[in-house]
Design a protein around this ligand. Structure first.
Ligand code: LAN
Length: 757
């Protein structure tokens, strides 16, 4: 086993700059590293022993553990789920070859059942974005949080595995082309976990970075992190003034009106920007000043580079208005009007809002960007040992995931409630909820949703601008506690379906179901549509203030076909069982929502999806919701056009395949690798929900799903499935089980005598 040299800190300050990726001298030695930095930079090894990793599911909280002790490892054996996540052989027997689609569902369930976690849900990697791991590692580094050698080793492995095969850089997401954003941040991570600057992969990555212009060409968020590290001067960071939070709520651009993710990221960013806070200098940080820039560090005109950005990173160029505002903030507001008293007041209020977020989530926080940033803020204000800092450190582990390629950070603290809700629905659609083989699995899944239902609104809801949430479900777990319109809907459908199935207990009583409905009914927008976490609090014009550069449609909530359609199907199902509870309101809600869904249909017949790729995903949801109100191919112009759209995209092998570029361009784009099981399943589900009358094209798709199933019942990972903010892709690995099983099961129920194999 090759041991990588570590603690290879910087060349001394007198050493001239590294030029264009070349390594001028072997970086050596950490003799003068301070104690904390040494503690933080553990010994890197080639790889860890994968038989020692375990994933603990503590009531839906995921943490990974590396058992160095043999005894411990024996006492806590690896489960199938651990092995599956880690890419280790499961040695499962071959199952009888399916003769018909229902056999394929049974084989799929046989495999999928083994992956169910003790609390009743399914876990998975939730990677894709390449800026999340840097958030965690950089926050750890600047807060002097020790990084164990086994984390460092597998972080190195993951980033090396995900480096672009040709240029050695990293993109915004795993399938994206190399960008300054991805390369600057991930290169920095590798250095901070102990990789030598003269490692051949680092030399290559650095050369690429320099070719792209170096770190002065990075987008806003990367510049902010580099300023926090002290690797860049704060003058290169466009203003993030916390005093925006002091504006009266009636101001049309006040931050409480922004999309929840952007305002939660803006909070910690603004606090540290205001304080121009910087981490303690270490040798490796000093060295990064030389490695990341093309220019001579001491001579860089930082302020002049505030708006410098490589075109590849500039997905959403800043508007003239934002440039004007930034100019005003830098040249007039800050030097002339921004008194210390005002800055102090704004910082105090920003920190108070962060504290409320901590209290409401027990320091788990909304997601993997704001969480680590909040840790840095608390550390900057309270020092290393406050409860909040310690708790944050603890909870930051819940963002991590280990897989065959190494250790990565997930987009949220998991996909628990979301995947579980869909899994239950897939079994229902296959007509197998009453089959005794699946009872224990389904009961556990129901128990999970029971445990994860959010029972109270947050404390001081109005003060921290939170949406009503009582009775709802979050995407991940109730600790995170942010309900989303479609997460509530999918979970509610799953609960109703199971609790109405003979033999299943009523764990969630009517009142709790009504609570969920009360929350869902707060989600409708004036147009009839629904958004994600909250109804929009300002119009799309706010995008004029989008400073992130790398993402589109990020500033406010939008109207989403997927969210609207999920709410429609949930309300329709509820209304069938409880017609009298807020019956008239629900009927009105559905009518208005369906009318909006029709207006959102594109001229080609498909719907644009914002959270899955892309038209195939949203068209499935749209057709399902239309059918829940009785509109199908036979009687609805819209359902018919939706079906025709899907059919026009079917490939010769019977499958469907859509490339993520569709999300960026707004036009359907075929995936170059051919048909994908997940998209094939989505399209088939859409067609079957719409009662498309000709079974032949459907049968061809079903055949493809069956052909791709492995002898042990699983399906293999293909291209990435999910997206957010138009430009960033994210993985939903459980989709390859859930949706094919659902499509196959639906086919089996509709055409029970059909043999496909
Ligand atoms: C998610 C994941 C789930 C997703 C669905 C429920 C699928 C969707 O229908 C509604 C929106 C939601 C909840 C969603 C919003 C944005 C998230 C949280 C993510 C895509 C996962 C990661 C992403 C988050 C914004 C990542 C952090 C990046 C920033 C730009 C702050």
């Amino acid at each position: 086993m090759v041991r990588r040299k570590i603690n290879n800190a910087a060349a001394d300050d007198a050493e001239p700059l590294l030029k264009k990726g070349a390594t001028r001298k072997r970086f050596s030695n950490a003799g003068d590293l301070d104690h904390d930095a040494k503690r933080q930079r553990p010994e890197l090894k080639e790889r860890t022993d994968y038989s020692r990793w375990r994933m603990r599911d503590d009531h839906g909280r995921h943490t990974w553990h590396y058992l160095e002790d043999d005894e411990q490892a024996k006492e806590w054996p690896q489960t199938y789920a651990d092995k599956y996540y880690l890419g280790l052989p499961l040695d499962l027997p071959q199952l009888p070859k399916p003769k018909e689609p229902l056999d394929a569902v049974r084989n799929g369930l046989e495999f999928f059942m083994k992956l169910q976690l003790p609390s009743g849900h399914w876990g998975c990697e939730y990677g894709g974005p390449m800026f999340l791991l840097p958030c965690v590692v950089l926050a750890w580094y600047v807060t002097k949080t020790p990084i164990p050698w086994y984390y460092a080793t597998e972080i190195k492995n993951y980033l090396f595995a995900r480096a672009h095969p040709e240029d050695g850089g990293w993109g915004l997401h795993i399938e994206g082309e190399t960008s300054v954003f991805g390369t600057v941040l991930n290169y920095t991570v590798l250095r901070l976990v102990g990789v030598d600057a003269d490692h051949p992969k680092m030399v290559k990555a650095r050369a690429t970075l320099h070719q792209l212009g170096g770190a002065t060409h990075a987008p806003h968020w990367a510049k902010w992190w580099l300023a926090v590290l002290g690797v860049a001067n704060w003058d290169i960071v466009n203003p993030v003034p916390p005093e925006l939070w002091l504006l009266p709520d009636c101001v049309p651009f006040a931050p409480w009106r922004w999309w929840i993710h952007i305002r939660q990221v803006f909070l910690p960013m603004s606090y540290l920007w205001s304080r121009r806070w910087q981490a303690e200098e270490t040798d490796v940080l000093r060295s990064l000043r030389k490695e990341l820039f093309v220019e001579d560090w001491d001579k860089i005109n930082w302020a002049a580079h505030r708006n410098t950005i490589h075109p590849r990173d500039n997905y959403h160029p800043k508007t003239w208005l934002l440039n004007l505002i930034n100019w005003f903030l830098v040249n007039v507001w800050k030097p002339i009007f921004r008194t210390q008293a005002l800055a102090d007041k704004a910082e105090t209020w920003a920190m108070r809002l962060i504290e409320m977020e901590n209290e409401n989530t027990d320091h788990a926080d909304l997601a993997t960007v704001s969480g680590p940033m909040n840790l840095v803020c608390l550390y900057a204000r309270d020092g290393p040992d406050s409860y909040a800092v310690r708790r944050h450190r603890e909870r930051s582990h819940e963002f991590l995931w280990v897989k065959n390629e190494g250790l990565l950070a997930n987009g949220t603290n998991g996909v628990q409630c979301w995947d579980t809700a869909f899994a239950i629905q897939a079994v229902m659609d296959a007509g197998l909820t009453e089959d005794s083989r699946y009872r224990a699995m389904l009961l556990k899944a129901l128990e999970f949703l029971d445990e994860q239902q959010i029972r109270e609104n947050v404390k001081d809801q109005g003060k921290c601008y939170r949406q009503t949430r009582k009775g709802g479900w979050a995407f991940s777990n109730k600790d995170q506690g942010y309900v989303v319109s479609d997460c509530v809907s999918e979970a509610l459908k799953a609960v109703i379906i199971l609790q109405k199935t003979p033999g299943f207990p009523t764990l969630i009583d009517d009142q709790r179901i009504f609570d969920a409905i009360d929350t869902l009914l707060t989600y409708q927008n004036p147009s009839g549509s629904c958004s994600s976490y909250e109804p929009p609090r300002a119009g799309p014009w706010m995008e004029m203030l989008n400073a992130a550069e790398v993402f589109g449609r990020i500033m406010v909530e939008y109207e989403y076909p997927e969210c609207t359609t999920a709410v429609v199907t949930a309300l329709s199902l509820f209304h069938k069982h409880w017609p009298r509870y807020r019956g008239k309101e629900i009927e009105r809600f559905i009518v208005r929502a369906v009318a909006w869904i029709k207006t959102a249909q594109r001229p080609h017949g498909g719907w644009y999806g914002s959270w899955g790729i892309c038209f195939t995903y949203a068209t499935m949801f749209a057709l399902e919701s239309l059918s829940s109100t009785g509109e199908t191919y036979a009687n609805s112009f819209h359902a018919k056009r939706g079906c025709e759209f899907l059919l026009s995209k079917q490939r010769a092998d019977g499958g469907w395949s859509e490339h993520y570029k569709a999300c960026e361009t707004g036009e359907y784009v075929e995936h170059p690798t051919g048909s994908q099981v997940v998209m094939t399943a989505w399209a088939l589900i859409g067609l079957m929900k719409a009662n498309y009358p000709d079974k032949e094209p459907i049968k061809r798709g079903i055949r493809l799903l069956m052909k791709r199933q492995q002898p042990n019942g699983e399906w293999l990972q293909e291209a990435i499935e999910g997206v957010f903010n138009k430009s960033c892709m994210i993985s939903y690995p459980n989709y390859k089980f859930i949706f094919p099983m659902k499509a196959l099961g639906m086919f089996a129920r509709r055409y029970p005598d059909e043999r496909v194999a």
